[in-house]
Design a protein around this ligand. Sequence first.
Ligand code: MN
Ligand code: MN
Length: 461
Amino acid sequence: MTTEELRTSLLNAPKNGFTRITAQQRAEMEAYCKRYTAFIDAAKTEREATTWAVENAEKFGFRPLVPGMELKPGDRVYRNNRGKSILLAVIGKENLNNGSNICAAHVDSPRMDVKPNPLYEDSEIAYFKTHYYGGIKKYQWPTVALALHGVVYRKDGQVITVTIGEEESDPILVVTDLLVHLSADQMRKTLAEGIVGEQLNVVLGTEPIEGEGADLVKLNVMKLLNEKYGIVEEDFLSAELTIVPAGKCREVGLDRSLLGAYGHDDRVCAFAEMDSLFQLDIPNKTAVCILADKEEIGSVGISGMQSQCFETFMQDLCDIQGASLNRCFENSFCLSADVSNAFDPNFAETCDRRNNSQLNYGVSICKYTGSRGKGGASDASAEAMGHVRSTLDKAGVIWQIATLGKVDQGGGGTVAAYMANRNIVTVDAGVPVLCMHAPMELVSKLDCYETMLACKAIYEA
Ligand code: MN
Ligand code: MN
């Protein structure tokens, strides 16, 4: 053998995905990304994502799962978990004792939540107080266009949906930062301390209503909210209002190869799971799609991945087939579909380049996440990695390997550990992202498309 032949046969040489896809695949990729863009523009919170999922699942023939209902292969069911997360399934040809093929993503993203008692006036400016949700770099959030999304449970029992800042004619909201001219002290602080949590106050207005008192600007803002939504200040006590970046997903780069938007993490994987499930034919094993809430704060709570809501859904499916939930879990496979960090040459020193995902190299497969000696990771076995490798290769999916940063630099987690704890073989995989958790995150269209193909291959395995 020549050296070149040896090199080709012995060494692994990943290639940029653009050198590997056909013209037809490129067209499909663009069409897929248009569908994804429509979704992410409509779904900036877990509630909006769940609402979108229910509406579109029903268009594709999914019905609410009712305990004891008759189900045959190919039937499509879903369960809306209190409007904040959703489980969907396409019934397979095999009994659930043989297991199911699961894709699990999350639909919550880092943001600023409005506090329970949020509205105040200071120096004749009205504000909302916020408490950030998930891991954010606080200095990134002042002076960017923000929108208000959420629901208010009014005293009369009506639940009102609030959205301000997304229409061209809407006002936007903003958190202020200090002018550079007076920032001598601030500029000496660390990035973590330059803007602190209690400074993430959102400007709501400056015009006083006519009359006497020290609350005329606040009163004017409350009057405007009352006119539009019929709410009074006390109604904030039973509300879930959240501040997210305003605006739509945009193509990024002169070649339009990237998509820039708020909240790719992890709705980019959530959409990949859904889009492939909607197109799915009758699978051998039951295909299950999970869109979970609360991943960014530990997957806790009734709508998080640790919730028994998942067991209840799967138990209902098993009961209908006379299958055992434990057997089903034992024989199931889960792709924990969550984003990874794309290599950024501007911050090369934070990563091990040989083991980091890279834009346009396809869906990234992550053996383990965690931090400081793999702490908290669901470390997938060689066999589990082998299953994913052969399944994706067989389906012609472009994929790459990923780890999260260099050793001891930091780390992160996903829902993978909570699936694996249930005795389900689980592997992490997802779309590489630049500027993860920032008000604008970047992903490559090619990686988005390949992640959808990966989910499809797992459902069909
Ligand atoms: Mn995530
Ligand atoms: Mn995240």
